[in-house]
Design a protein around this ligand. Structure first.
Ligand code: SF4
Length: 360
């Protein structure tokens, strides 16, 4: 077993490891649109989309995004709300904001061609910079993502926690050592695809694995234990109560501006709490927080309760209510009046969009 003070794998091990992965990849690779290009802009977009999105979902978003924003200049020139609309439903909306800001910083200058220039782009970390530089320019930059951690940890039997700085250093050094410097793009794609399809998190196909002869985790019965993480992320619940407030043919919405989830997306009037509110408690909160006319309060009724929306590290149990608001009355402070028929022009979080699909 290789521990913390890991000896990096002997160089002689690199050849078969890399060539086995590359042969496997030639047979098993998925045809994906960003694998058919060397355009750094397109690879950048795909990598940002795939940071926290499954390939199956990300592919459709990628195609739509590239069709509308085919290059840096098109993305840089687009309004904020339109970029968010194209990202709607993907989650982790800071990715879209960073992409847009970075495109604006690049407009007229061309895409950077070295690792430092790519790494300096807003929203681009070590992994994404290595992926762009190897896939677009064949630079010898080793990628280290969740799939690579898993394959290396299991094959070499490394139990250093992948979320410790020492573990990160060990894996980064090992990934660089194992990189096929003659074919960095091919090797990086191969090891990531191998982790995604063969050496998977919960169902690795060890019986059919071309690396099984040398796999330390398989030999020592530790496949299910590796890679190791030292911290479990704490999950927090936030209780949302959304009000679909109808005022004649209008509804009320606002753009989320705070440094919080869903920044720059739109939402319905919200009452948030640290516990689920009964209808009675909700009425009290509405009266406390908004100048709410009595007739509007009297019209409050539940539409959909007990929706559970899950984000990373957060669970959002959510209830939706409806309320009729007098046309002559201003919306609650911070909200704007928009025609109901134009709601589809705004980018909402998936939670609210799904509510619209079911209830309008
Ligand atoms: S034998 Fe199993 S654990 Fe080892 S590399 Fe192959 S799939 Fe992964």
């Amino acid at each position: 077993m290789i521990g913390f003070a890991v000896e990096l794998p002997i160089f002689a091990a690199m050849e078969p490891f890399a060539s086995i992965l590359e042969s496997w990849y030639a047979e098993h690779r998925r045809e994906l649109p960003w694998r058919e290009t060397r355009d750094p802009y397109r690879i950048w977009i795909s990598e940002i989309i795939l940071q926290q999105t499954r390939v199956a979902q990300g592919e459709a978003y990628y195609r739509r995004f590239i069709e509308r924003f085919p290059d840096v200049e098109a993305l840089a020139a687009a309004p904020d709300d339109e970029v968010m609309k194209y990202w709607q439903g993907l989650g982790y909306y800071s990715r879209a904001r960073h992409l847009h800001a970075a495109a604006r910083s690049l407009a007229g200058r061309g895409f950077p061609t070295d690792y430092e220039g790519v790494r300096a782009l807003q929203g681009v970390g070590d992994y994404t910079a290595a992926a762009i530089c190897s896939f677009a320019y064949d630079l010898p930059c080793a990628v280290v993502d969740g799939n690579v951690y898993r394959v290396l940890a299991r094959y070499f039997g490394i139990d250093a926690p992948i979320d410790s700085s020492r573990g990160k250093n060990i894996f980064a050094a090992m990934a660089a050592e194992m990189l096929d410097r003659r074919h960095p793009a091919l090797y990086n794609q191969a090891i990531m695809e191998f982790g995604a399809l063969q050496c998977t998190h919960s169902a690795p196909a060890c019986l059919l694995c071309p690396l099984s002869d040398g796999c330390q985790a398989l030999a020592t019965g530790r496949v299910g234990e590796l890679p190791v993480k030292q911290h479990r992320t704490k999950t927090v619940s936030r209780y949302f109560h959304y009000l679909y407030i109808v005022s004649g043919s209008d509804a009320f919405i606002r753009r989320r501006e705070a440094d919080d989830i869903w920044r720059h997306l739109y939402e319905l009037p919200l009452v948030e709490a640290d516990h689920p509110l009964s209808e009675e408690e909700l009425r009290h909160r509405i009266v406390e927080e908004w100048a709410c006319p009595d007739e509007a309060l009297a019209s409050l009724r539940p539409l959909l309760r007990g929706v559970k929306h899950v984000l990373s590290h957060r669970i959002l149990p959510t209830d939706f209510y409806r309320m009729e608001w007098p046309c002559r009355q201003e919306p609650p402070a911070g909200y704007q009046r928009v025609p109901q028929e134009s709601l589809s022009d705004y980018a909402f979080p998936r939670l609210i969009d799904a509510f619209f699909e079911k209830n309008r």
